[in-house]
Design a protein around this ligand. Structure first.
Ligand code: GTP
Ligand code: MG
Length: 204
């Protein structure tokens, strides 16, 4: 899929104040600093569309970007950032939870995982929680440029092995790098296929 246009629409802390759910939508979620905002910029080929930072905790709102005037990408705050206060963390968690649960045009959530780390309990629990709530998701391993191709595949296998201890079937996954653009076409192809399945609901 060619990206002809991508633009910022709005930022809000309030899941009830998001744009009308009349277009297919895809959210990017994962630990702080995993590369959510960078991946959105890589997908849209716009280096400053979503704000990125070397410091975790940069994205703090629900950010909507409209692509090709026909579908939304959503940048969300990260979870699991220890250095925000407990009350702020709870606020972010509630905001993300409500958004994911209520957003009727959300076709798929991309759960980002830093390829460099061993399987993390927090990420595994987050995905289990999504599955329990019937929220469709796919896994995106980020920062593949930091490893050799063989090391990266070994990390993916390590993750899948741990997950298969409790999951019968695993969601699809992508191996990506915002630096080398690896995986970009694959994610855009998946989005293109899902866009075709979108049926707007009546309640907006
Ligand atoms: P929060 O908004 O704070 O939750 O973080 P985020 O998940 O949006 O991460 P962000 O995109 O801001 O990236 C965090 C850091 O990782 C930045 O320094 C990026 O340059 C770096 N980064 C992101 N993606 C990649 C990647 O694919 N490869 C490499 N080498 N670095 C990356
Ligand atoms: Mg961010």
């Amino acid at each position: 899929m060619q990206i002809t246009e991508a633009r910022f629409i709005q930022s809000t802390p309030n899941p009830a104040k998001t744009p009308p759910p009349d277009k297919p939508e895809y959210a990017f979620i994962g630990r702080s600093n995993v590369g959510k905002s960078s991946l959105i910029n890589a997908l849209t080929h716009q280096s400053h569309l979503a704000k990125t930072s070397q410091t975790p905790g940069k994205t703090q709102l629900i950010n909507h970007f409209l692509v090709n005037a026909s579908w939304y990408l959503v940048d969300l705050p990260g979870y699991g950032y220890a250095r925000v206060s407990k009350s702020d963390r709870e606020k972010f968690e509630k905001m993300i939870r409500t958004y994911l649960e209520k957003r009727e045009n959300l076709l798929c959530t991309f759960v980002l995982i830093d390829i460099r780390h061993e399987p993390q309990r927090l990420d595994l629990e987050f995905m289990e929680d999504l599955a329990e709530r019937d929220i469709p998701f796919q896994m995106v391993f980020t920062k593949a440029d930091k490893l050799t191709p063989n090391q990266a595949l070994a990390r993916v296998e390590a993750y899948r092995t741990v997950m298969l201890e409790s999951w019968e079937e695993l969601p699809p996954y992508f191996l990506t790098s915002a630096v080398s653009q690896q995986g970009r076409e694959d994610i855009l192809a998946a989005i293109n296929a899902m866009n075709k399945l979108f049926v707007p609901q009546k309640n907006w």
